[in-house]
Design a protein around this ligand. Structure first.
Ligand SMILES: *Cc1c(COP(=O)(O)O)cnc(C)c1O
Length: 400
């Protein structure tokens, strides 16, 4: 059944949308491992090829397992259309390629995912698209950056690794006031916490690799919209250029969506407890988490979301060596750049995820050498805190 999202709560849609039961009466979603689909006759084949590909022809275009994931995610984001992709970057690249042409101008937030910045700088500028980066939290900077040829605004909120939050509604108004569109990367909060389309965004992009999977298994992405024309452009671009999601990965993500709301709730509970505890540790200088009162956009966060997600970062007293000591001093936390996993992960942004940008850009983004990013997982929160304490106490002993 292709359950319509309007009739059910998101928790129900996440479990019931997207699966069209086959003649075998399977209860669980099957995986359609097939590259192509057969036709009853030449006449039918000819019709399918000339139509708008609503029926299955070839899995680069549509595959029932991939469509199931797309419908489920679309229902959760509150949009009618979704195109799944091989990775989050493929979704972002496809969106930009579909919507932009040479001579267009983009305004983007400066705290974007590193590969997204590279995509703009190394590739889209090469093809004649100009980009202005602005401080995401300053609405005036967005307004001032707008030009007659501005076609798209792009942001990621909360952003990595400082967890700053954007006022999506106001930025959407700025975009629409100039005839531009707004795309939001919703990887950190997911539709369980934040639905950018409802706040005025035109397109939501995802790295499904993160919380949508939730257990660090598959790489994938998606672009969601409620606008038929935008969807047609995205679908055509992504299915022509080919970064298709595999049926197995789509199945994994569909199953991930079933537990998304529950997981995001617990990630948030654990992260808030960890953030509050970190504030009390003598070796911690500053904690960045939207759920803390000390966070600069805490009021905005409280107005727009009910819980604050699993991502936080903090500065330790000292520099790179102290930060490394804290990370290496933990016992079970995973030292890896991936995030949104049931397993808590810990990273040193300045020497890993953000090592390829210049010192000047790191300074501007306030990514210091003593900054540590944590994707708070679903282990018992006392054990997570205990492990961070193990690392942090090593620094305290040195400092003392
Ligand atoms: C990981 C990530 C991406 C890129 O996604 P991939 O699946 O790795 O291609 C884009 N945006 C954000 C916010 C991410 O965390």
């Amino acid at each position: 059944m292709h359950t319509s999202s309007d009739r059910y709560h998101p928790q129900t849609a996440a479990i019931r949308c997207g699966h069209r039961r086959t003649g075998e009466n399977e209860h669980n979603e099957p995986i359609f491992v097939t590259s192509s689909f057969v036709f009853d006759s030449c006449e039918q084949a000819s019709e399918r090829f000339s139509g708008d590909m609503e029926e299955n022809v070839y899995s680069r275009f549509t595959n029932p397992t991939v469509c199931g994931f797309q419908n489920r995610l679309a229902a959760l984001e509150g949009g009618r259309f979704c195109v799944a992709t091989a990775s989050g970057m493929a979704a972002i690249n496809g969106t930009l390629q579909a919507l932009l042409k040479a001579g267009d101008h983009v305004v983007a937030s400066s705290g974007l995912f590193g590969a997204t910045v590279s995509l703009f700088r190394q590739y889209f500028e090469k093809f004649g698209v100009s980009i202005s980066f602005v401080n995401m939290t300053e609405l005036e900077q967005w307004r001032l950056a707008m030009r007659p040829d501005t076609r798209l605004l792009f942001l990621e909120t909360p952003c990595n690794p400082m967890c700053e939050m954007a006022d999506i509604r106001s930025i959407a108004d700025i975009a629409h006031g100039s005839g531009a569109m707004l795309a939001v990367d919703n990887a950190f909060f997911t539709p369980a916490l934040q639905r950018p389309l409802e706040l005025g965004a035109d397109i939501v992009v995802h790295s499904a690799t993160k919380y949508l999977d939730g257990q660090g298994r598959c790489v994938g992405g998606a672009a969601v919209t409620d606008d038929k024309d935008i969807h047609s452009s995205l679908f055509s671009m992504l299915r022509t250029t080919g970064p298709t999601m595999s049926p197995f990965n789509a199945w994994t993500f569909s199953k991930g969506l079933e537990t998304l709301a529950l997981r995001m709730k617990q990630h948030s509970v654990n992260a808030l407890a960890v953030a509050r505890w970190l504030q009390t540790h003598p070796a911690v200088k500053r904690v960045y988490y939207p759920g803390l009162q000390s966070h600069p956009q805490h009021d905005l966060a409280r107005r727009t979301v009910t819980s604050f997600g699993g991502m936080l970062s903090f500065e330790v007293s000292g520099s790179k060596y102290e930060a490394w000591e804290v990370i290496d001093g933990t016992e079970f936390l995973s030292i890896t750049a991936n995030l949104g996993d049931a397993k808590t992960t810990i990273t040193h942004p300045a020497t890993t995820t953000h090592s390829r940008i210049s010192q000047q850009e790191r300074d501007r983004a306030r990514i210091t050498d003593s900054l540590i990013r944590v994707s708070v997982g679903l282990e018992h929160v006392e054990d997570i805190i205990g492990d961070l304490k193990r690392g942090l106490d090593r620094v305290r002993i040195w400092a003392g």
